[in-house]
Design a protein around this ligand. Structure first.
Ligand code: NAD
Length: 422
C-alpha cells in the first residue's frame, strides 16, 4: 500500500506519501483508505477577465473539495503563476488533516487562480476574484465551502468574495469567507493568527528542550502574512531573529534584527527586504535556510527543503509555517539528523483556527475581544501540540506522521459514524 513519491517536487505526491505511511501505521481499512485518499470534488474554471487595456484574457482557476466529512470545506484561495491542479489537490487534503489535527469542525478545500498578482492592477484582480466567486456561487456557502486568503490574496480579496457571493444569494452573508476586514465581520487577531500559532508551537518546543526565548536564534523564510507576523510577534516576545528572507533574497545577522524596523522598511517604505540597512550578510532566499540557528521557520512556499539539501540544515527545531515546505523525500534525512519537526498541518493551523472563530462569530453575530480570540487560540494550539507529541510517542513515529495519524483517525471515525449514503 505504501507509495513513494516519484516526482519529489510534486506536492500532491508528497502529501500522498505521508498519508500512505500514516494510513498503514493506523491499519486503516482498505475502503476508508481509498475514500480518504482522493478529493470529493474538483472543478476547473476558465475566467474571462478584461485587462485595464480593454484586452480580454482568460485565466484558469481551480477549486478542490477534499472532504466535508467533519464539516464544510475550508481552505484558502491562492493567486500565483505556479498554481497547478495537483498543488490545489494537495493543499485541499492538507486542510482536511489540519482541521482534524486541531479538532475544528471543518473539512478541507483549496482554490487557486493561475495569475501573477504583482502584474495585475487592483481592478483587474477584483474582476478575476468576482468572476471566480460568481462561477462558484453554488459551490461556496457557510455550510458548504468557506474560502480564506492564501498566497497572493488578502483581506480585500475576501471582501470581494463576500460581496459577490452576497449579491448572488441576495443577502449579506459574512460567514461565506474568512480572513475578511474587521468592518465586514472579520475577527480580531485573524491577521496575526498563523504567526501567533507558530510562536505558540515554538514556545512548546523550546520548553521541551529547556531552551529560553532570549537565547533562541530564529530564521524566517518568507516575509508575507505568515512570516512577517511571526517575526514581529516572536521578536516582541524575546526571540532573536537572526535571518529573514522574501522572494527578493535573504539577510543573516548573528546579532539579530530589529524586526519592527524591517517591517516598516518592507511595508511602509516599500523597499526590497534584502536592501535593509545594517542587515548583515546578503544571500539567496534559499541559502538562508542553511544558516546556523535554533529554530528554522520556513513561511514562504513549497519544496524548499528537499532530499538534495536537507543534510545542510543547521537548526534544532523546524517549525513549518508554509504548507509543504519539506518534501516527503527529505523527511528521513531530517529524522536521522534528530531535528525536532513541528509539521505544517500542526504548526500553521493557527490561521484556520481563528478562521473558524471568525465563522462562529459571523454566524452568532456577536464578536469577541482580541484577548479572548488569542486565549482560545492558545488553548487549541497547546492541546493539539500535546496530542501530536503523545501520538508520536504511543505509535513510535515522527511528529509529522503522528499528526497525520491523529487527523486520519478523527476523519475516519466521523466517516464511519456517518456511514455511506447511496
Ligand atoms: P504571502 O503571499 O503573504 O507571503 C509569501 C511570502 O513568501 C512573501 O514574503 C514572498 O516574498 C515570499 N516568497 C515567495 N516565494 C519565495 C521563495 N521562493 N523564497 C523566499 N521567499 C519567497 O503568503 P502567506 O499567506 O504568508 O503564506 C505563506 C505560506 O504559508 C504559504 O505556504 C501558505 O499556504 C501558508 N499558510 C498561510 C496561512 C495564512 O493564514 N495566510 C495559513 C496557513 C498556511
Amino acid at each position: 500500500m505504501v507509495a513513494v513519491a516519484n516526482n519529489e517536487m510534486n506536492v500532491y505526491e508528497s502529501a500522498e506519501a505521508r498519508f500512505e505511511i500514516a494510513a498503514e501505521k493506523l491499519n486503516l481499512e482498505e475502503g476508508l483508505y481509498r475514500y480518504l485518499k482522493y478529493p470529493s470534488r474538483e472543478v476547473t474554471i476558465y475566467i474571462p477577465a478584461l485587462r485595464d487595456s480593454g484586452h480580454l484574457e482568460v485565466f484558469i482557476g481551480y477549486r478542490v473539495l477534499h472532504s466535508d466529512v467533519r464539516g464544510p470545506g475550508k481552505g484558502g484561495i491562492r493567486f500565483d503563476p505556479n498554481v497547478t491542479l495537483d498543488e490545489v489537490r494537495a493543499l485541499a487534503a492538507w486542510m482536511t488533516w489540519k482541521c482534524a489535527v486541531v479538532n475544528i469542525p471543518f473539512g478541507g478545500a483549496k482554490g487557486g487562480v493561475i495569475c501573477d498578482p504583482s502584474k495585475l492592477s487592483k481592478s483587474e484582480l477584483e474582476r478575476i476574484t468576482r468572476r471566480y466567486t460568481a462561477e462558484l456561487s453554488e459551490w461556496f456557502g457557510p455550510e458548504r465551502d468557506v474560502p480564506a486568503p492564501d498566497i497572493g490574496t488578502n483581506e480585500q480579496t475576501m471582501a470581494w468574495v463576500m460581496d459577490t457571493y452576497s449579491m448572488h444569494v441576495r443577502q449579506a452573508t459574512t460567514a461565506v469567507v474568512t480572513g475578511k476586514p474587521l468592518e465586514l465581520g472579520g475577527s480580531q487577531g485573524r491577521k496575526e493568527a498563523t504567526g501567533r500559532g507558530l510562536m505558540i508551537c515554538c514556545d512548546k518546543a523550546i520548553a521541551k528542550f529547556t531552551m529560553r526565548r532570549e537565547t533562541c536564534r530564529v530564521i524566517i523564510q518568507g516575509f508575507g502574512n505568515v512570516g512577517s507576523e511571526a517575526a514581529v510577534l516572536m521578536h516582541k516576545a524575546g526571540y532573536k531573529i537572526v535571518g529573514v528572507a522574501d522572494i527578493h533574497g535573504g539577510l543573516y545577522n548573528e546579532k539579530g534584527f530589529d524586526i519592527a524596523k524591517v517591517h516598516k522598511w518592507v511595508y511602509e517604505q516599500r523597499k526590497p527586504l534584502p536592501d535593509f540597512p545594517d542587515g548583515g550578510t546578503k544571500m539567496s532566499a534559499q541559502e538562508i535556510l542553511f544558516q546556523p540557528c535554533d529554530i528554522l521557520l520556513p513561511a514562504a512556499t513549497e519544496n524548499q527543503i528537499t532530499s538534495q539539501n536537507a543534510h545542510r540544515l543547521q537548526c534544532r527545531i523546524l517549525c513549518e509555517g508554509a504548507n509543504g515546505p519539506t518534501t516527503s523525500q527529505a523527511d528521513p534525512i531530517i529524522e536521522k539528523s534528530g531535528i525536532f519537526v513541528v509539521p505544517d498541518i500542526l504548526a500553521n493551523a493557527g490561521g484556520v483556527t481563528v478562521s473558524y472563530f471568525e465563522w462562529v462569530q459571523d454566524r452568532q453575530g456577536f464578536f469577541w475581544r482580541e484577548s479572548e480570540v488569542n486565549e482560545r487560540l492558545q488553548d487549541v494550539m497547546e492541546q493539539s501540540f500535546d496530542e501530536v507529541i503523545r501520538y508520536a510517542e504511543t505509535h513510535g513515529v515522527n511528529n509529522r506522521i503522528a499528526a497525520y495519524i491523529l487527523a486520519i483517525d478523527r476523519v475516519a471515525r466521523a466517516l464511519k459514524l456517518r456511514g455511506f449514503y447511496a
